[in-house]
Design a protein around this ligand. Structure first.
Ligand code: NAD
Length: 382
């Protein structure tokens, strides 16, 4: 049997552990060769998949292994710069989970290493692989709503999802970056893709109003989940910390407005304790409108006119795997590793979404409109 393509994983947690399980199960030519993760439980999960794999105390040990051609990075965001840079400098191709890094200088450092080393860099903006968004993009490409004039989009998270974020390492900006960056960089990227332009001005308000000690009684009043006895807001399997503590520095709700270079204007809303969870995109154009919601798997197209029918596309989706996007991403990862097919999402998309988020959070922190040009200039973009 020819030698299999070897992958190494830096940070074998829920996300990349889950992707690798699907990747190796569906591609016998790909072998999980090496893992580096300080958590014994994560290493055990990797060993369950590949009993003979190399377990490394630090990334350098993995990167010396010639059997590792591709490194997949699923560590907390604060480590992405170090892990991606070391791996590419060691000659490995890299898949890095979103967001790119927690601050602009780390993002630019990764971009510089991609340029210097010419390694292939696959960035985990999984929603570009969601069948629902590819359908919306195709409708735009067909000209079905003409030119986009304005956009409304949101990510309102179910209350247990929000509770998970507010108990995890994601609640610390030092580890994760802001909520906008860590969670909503996907949504910003999708709108960048649909609008086909970059933000020129942004403004934002947000804060922490729900996941505070004063609201802990709401969990008591809702009571435990009758199905499994787990406490409200902590129904995700990994949720073992009380999300109503103040040892965190992220927001639990935020709104933003964005003006793009091509004149499109957009508004965004995120909330971490929603009773109605949506990932909805409303695009209003010169000839019609598209409304799409990833959570219901529905795309509606309405042309401007007197008797135009509302065309409803049902794009099958389950929320569990990013509405079908994870399966498509796994196919893309296999194509990338086995057949050198370039990824759909790379360093440029990573930077565009991260920098837009940095501008939005600067606007929130400084309570003023931020002109994006200096940020793009700093990054040498545009
Ligand atoms: N694309 C998506 O939709 C999506 C979804 C979830 C998470 N993510 C991203 O994936 C990454 C991991 O998130 P997760 O939900 O799997 O978190 P997680 O906490 O489940 O996993 C993180 C893993 O990294 C390990 N780790 C911590 N420090 C490390 C270090 N210095 N070196 C190596 N490993 C280290 C932890 O022990 C853990 O096993 C994050 O960047 C997150 O933003 C992306």
């Amino acid at each position: 049997m020819p030698q299999r393509s070897g992958i190494g994983v830096l940070g074998f947690g829920n996300r990349v552990g889950g992707l690798v399980a699907q990747l190796v199960a569906s591609n016998p030519q790909i072998e999980l060769v090496s893992v580096c993760d300080p958590a014994p439980g994560s290493v055990k999960a990797a060993q369950a998949m590949a009993p003979a794999l190399q377990v490394c105390a630090d990334p350098a040990e993995m990167l010396q292994n010639p059997r590792v051609g591709w490194v997949l990075i699923g560590s907390p965001n604060q480590f992405h710069r170090e892990h991606a840079s070391l791996a590419m400098r060691a000659g490995k191709h890299v898949f890095c989970e979103k967001p790119l890094a927690t601050n602009l200088s780390d993002c630019l450092a990764i971009r510089d290493v991609v340029r210097e080393t010419s390694r292939s860099f696959f960035f985990g903006l999984v929603l570009r692989y969601a069948p629902l968004y590819t359908r919306v993009r195709a409708l735009l490409d067909e000209g079905s709503i003409g030119e986009i004039i304005s956009v409304e989009f949101n990510e309102t998270l179910g209350f247990n999802h929000g509770g998970y974020i507010h108990q995890d390492w994601r609640r610390h900006r030092a580890a994760a970056g802001t909520h906008m960056l860590e969670k909503c960089c996907h949504d910003i990227d999708i709108v960048n893709w649909m609008v086909g332009s970059r933000a020129t001005s942004v403004a934002s308000f947000g804060g922490l109003r729900f996941f505070t000690p004063a609201n802990r009684h709401i969990a008591d009043e809702i009571g435990p989940n009758p199905a499994n006895g787990r406490r409200a807001f902590q129904d995700w399997p990994q949720s073992n910390h009380d999300p109503f503590t103040l040892d965190k520095d992220i927001v639990d709700h935020q709104v933003a407005i964005i003006e793009f270079a091509n004149g499109v204007r957009a508004s965004f809303h995120t909330n971490c304790s929603a009773a109605i969870s949506e990932r909805r995109l409303l695009l209003l154009g010169t000839r019609g409108a598209i409304r799409a919601d990833l959570n219901t798997g529905t795309v509606e197209l309405q042309k401007l006119g007197w008797d135009e029918p509302r065309i409803v596309h049902r794009v099958t989706s389950t929320l569990a795997d990013h509405a079908g996007a994870d399966a498509q991403l796994v196919v893309a990862l296999a194509d990338w590793i086995l057949r050198s097919v370039p990824p759909r999402t790379g360093i440029d998309h990573a930077l565009d979404s991260a920098i837009t988020c940095f501008g939005i959070d600067q606007a929130l922190d400084e309570r003023r409109v931020i002109e994006m040009q200096p940020l793009w200039k700093k990054a040498g973009i545009g």
